[in-house]
Design a protein around this ligand. Structure first.
Ligand SMILES: Nc1ncnc2c1ncn2[C@@H]1O[C@H](COP(=O)(O)OP(=O)(O)OP(=O)(O)O)[C@@H](O)[C@H]1O
Length: 260
């Protein structure tokens, strides 16, 4: 029996997605080790978001398989993905703007809730215990993401960069093993991107997280990632360390549109 921790956390094997005549993903294969930060790059339309949507089970793939901890994701519907240990953030903020930071973060723990409707209505001791635990976890995430000073403010009061950290905190409440980040640097200024790089490293090590991020900000991807996977027109064109991928002739060609 192979050691469960030794096998990759995520294995993407020959995944293909077609939309009518368009092949958005064409036999994509790569794997991600536990604890790694992996950057997924590629020009516009390369298939990055489509791959993310397959990992969250929002899209069906026609061929191939995705294994998470050795188990096929196909067996799990989209609503069960968070409970399985895959969390995500979106390109556009998906927060409740009039609610406080703390309440938004608390909502992220909902998918782990084991108490049913009746238990909540009757305020059983198990419900109160769970609420207390959620509150403690939210406080930890708020602290980890430096949101303590704004915890009671509505999200509408926050700068875009701070609101992005609220989205992170909320995604972390489901205690994911794999966190999918869709363009976390989008809309951030230079200073905020640098802060994000340090933050990603910190949450990765403190929570023993594995992270897959789609990102156009090359400087961030190359500095924060252990592994980079490059797509172009739905195909994988490179997979390796940041230095290997950056120097790969197909990557240079895809980005610059010239012969390397
Ligand atoms: N729901 C959909 N219906 C039809 N075509 C789609 C759909 N989603 C994606 N596509 C097509 O699949 C291809 C890959 O798109 P995708 O959004 O995955 O690329 P991307 O790498 O995320 O691009 P970007 O960096 O611009 O976000 C594109 O040709 C796109 O038009």
């Amino acid at each position: 029996m192979p050691d469960a921790d030794a096998r990759p956390l995520l294995e993407v094997k020959g995944v293909t997605v077609r939309f009518g005549g368009i092949t958005a993903l064409d036999g994509i294969t790569f794997s991600i080790s536990r604890g790694a930060i992996t950057g997924l790059i590629g020009p516009n339309g390369a298939g990055k978001t489509t791959l993310f949507n397959c990992l969250s089970r929002l899209y069906q793939f026609s061929d191939g398989e995705i294994l998470f901890e050795g188990q096929p994701l196909r067996a799990h519907p989209a609503h069960a993905i968070a409970a399985l240990g895959i969390g995500r953030t979106f390109q556009n903020l998906a927060l409740f703007r009039t609610m406080s930071v703390r309440d938004n973060v608390m909502l992220g723990g909902h998918c782990r809730s084991g108490t049913g409707f009746l238990g909540n209505a009757l305020r059983l001791p198990s419900v109160r215990r769970e609420e207390r635990m959620l509150g403690e976890q939210a406080a930890r995430m708020i602290d980890l993401l430096d949101l303590g000073e704004v915890a009671h403010r509505p999200v509408s009061d926050l700068s875009f960069g701070t609101a992005k950290r609220v989205e992170f905190a909320r995604a972390l409440m489901s205690r994911p093993k794999l966190l999918l980040l869709d363009e976390p640097a989008g809309g951030l200024n230079h200073e905020e991107v640098d802060g994000l790089r340090l933050l990603l490293r910190r949450i990765q090590s403190e929570l023993s997280l594995t992270i897959l991020l789609v990102e156009h900000h090359m400087n961030l991807v190359m500095r924060v990632s252990d592994q980079v996977v490059a797509l172009d027109f739905g195909r994988k064109i490179a997979d390796g360390t940041p230095a290997q991928v950056q120097a790969h002739p197909d990557v240079v060609r895809a980005y610059l549109g010239v012969e390397a």
